[in-house]
Design a protein around this ligand. Structure first.
Ligand code: DQA
Length: 144
């Protein structure tokens, strides 16, 4: 099982960025926890972050045939990006949407996710633990 974790804009600032909302754990610390959880499940992890929408689109396109599941925290692009939505639909790699914060309990503009309809499901509101839940969801994605 190969899991591609993609992180969108400003997630490189985790730890210092609005800690009341996103916690104090850095993205590097989250990556370490994800690798630990994935190892227990015999899953391989590729973990990336970009502030650029086009780069995220390119990585989703390249995932075809290379990743079994994509775990995507698209950050602000969740609410704006038809390009990300179309890329997910185009490649057909099962994609799990995740967020640290609960997007449904925040500002109204965060309630709408443009990528949700093309994702397997959504994990939102568990802080850094959303990423660990995503590992569990990814390894069980084909379990019905
Ligand atoms: C986020 C939620 C988004 O609304 C926001 O733009 C982010 C982070 C989250 O993980 O809680 O940058 O995706």
């Amino acid at each position: 099982m190969r899991i591609l974790f993609l992180n969108g804009p400003n997630l490189n600032l985790l730890g210092q960025r609005e800690p009341d909302v996103y916690g104090r754990t850095t993205l590097a610390e989250i990556e370490a926890k994800v690798r630990e959880a994935a190892q227990k499940e015999n899953a391989q992890v590729d973990f990336r972050q970009s502030n650029l929408e086009g780069e995220l689109v390119a990585w989703i396109q390249q995932a075809k045939g290379k990743a079994d599941v994509i775990v995507l925290n698209a950050a602000a692009y969740t609410h704006t990006s038809i390009a990300l939505r179309d890329a997910i639909a185009a490649v057909g790699v099962p994609t799990i949407e995740i967020h640290l914060s609960n997007i449904h309990s925040r500002e109204e503009f965060r309630h709408k996710s443009l990528i949700a309809p093309v994702c397997v499901g959504q994990i939102t509101g568990f802080g850094a633990y959303s990423y660990i839940l995503a590992v569990q969801a990814a390894v069980n994605v084909n379990v019905t």
